[in-house]
Design a binder for this molecule. Structure first.
Ligand code: CP
Ligand code: NVA
Length: 307
């Protein structure tokens, strides 16, 4: 049995297998054919943070695979009143077939997985957002990008950045990361990415200069400056991130056909201007839709693996 806690636990081959399954299931859906690969299965979805995309995509995805999903907000279950993660895991995993968790520390997710009888999927932690990156890569492929593309991430060194580092270092593409001083990615992530990059040939560049990072990039991406749980730092971050807004002028430094990806929700005129965001709305909302398709691929892969 495998869990989906971080992309660092998967080989390139496995990542691409999940993407392939997702593409096939997506094509079937678009052709009006059913894909009941998880018939009668249940997915428990534990949320300790808010969500629009993750909740809707997992819930609908599970339904389309012939199963059902249970939305479990930590406000409503005993976890929110102090029942330990390991007990929650031992109870819920005896009743459902798979679990998705959105929480704060990666260690809480790992603790759940350690005590779970069924596969556990990371629906976002402070450290990683791997299902989002799978959707981002599927979208890149659909729009004609891939391993040869150069990706520039401009913004906070956060869960999205770490996940980009894992994807790039596993698949072997070039990633340039520009963060303001003091908002760099975690040191351990740099070491992990270095290790994987040695094998894949990925090039990962770290800088505090967004202009250097974006030059000739094929894909430009960013994320909010203050993530969930950092709301009290918003004002300070707005000051510290001066010069990091992706505007038309900055975007013009990227390659001619460059596109912007954004995991959403976006803070318009903070990390990206309204103008640049709307010009890329096509790919960005395709990226959001791909959460549905790619997570079906991940769940089917995890289910096949345990059989
Ligand atoms: N991108 C993403 O995970 O969105 P939600 O927070 O709405 O789930
Ligand atoms: N970095 C953001 C991503 C939201 C999908 C957060 O953690 O809030």
């Amino acid at each position: 049995m495998r869990h989906f806690l971080s992309l660092k636990d998967f080989t390139k081959k496995e990542i691409l297998e999940m993407i392939d399954i997702a593409s096939e299931i997506k094509n079937e859906l678009k052709a009006g054919r059913e894909t009941p690969f998880l018939k009668n299965q249940s997915l428990g979805m534990i949320f300790e943070k808010s969500s629009t995309r993750t909740r809707v995509s997992f819930e609908v995805g599970m339904y389309q695979l012939g199963g059902q999903a249970l939305f479990l907000s930590s406000n409503d279950i005993q976890l929110g009143r102090g029942e330990p993660m390991k007990d929650t895991a031992r109870v819920i995993s005896r009743m459902v077939d798979m679990v998705m968790i959105r929480t704060y520390e990666q260690s809480k997710l790992e603790e759940f997985a350690k005590y779970s009888k069924v596969p556990v999927i990371n629906g976002l932690t402070d450290d990683y957002h791997p299902v989002q990156l799978m959707a981002d890569y599927l979208t890149m492929l659909e729009f004609g990008f891939g391993e040869k593309s150069k990706v520039a991430y401009i913004g906070d060194g956060n869960n999205m950045t770490h996940s980009w580092m894992m994807l790039a270092s596993k698949l072997g593409f070039e990633l340039r990361i520009a963060t303001p001083k003091g908002y760099e990615v975690k040191e351990q992530m740099v070491l992990d990415a270095q290790k994987f990059a040695k094998e894949s040939g990925a090039r990962i560049i770290y800088t505090n200069d967004p202009h250097a990072a974006i030059k000739d990039a094929d894909i430009v991406t960013t994320d909010v400056w203050a993530s969930m749980g950092q709301e009290s730092e918003q004002k300070q971050r707005e000051k510290d991130f001066a010069g990091f807004t992706i505007d038309k002028k900055m975007m013009n430094l990227a390659s001619k056909n460059a596109k912007l990806l954004h995991c959403l929700p976006v803070h318009r005129n903070e990390e990206v201007t309204e103008e640049v965001f709307e010009e890329n709305a096509d790919i960005i909302f395709a990226e959001a839709e791909n959460r549905l398709h790619v997570q079906k691929g991940i769940m089917v892969w995890l289910d096949r693996y345990r059989k």
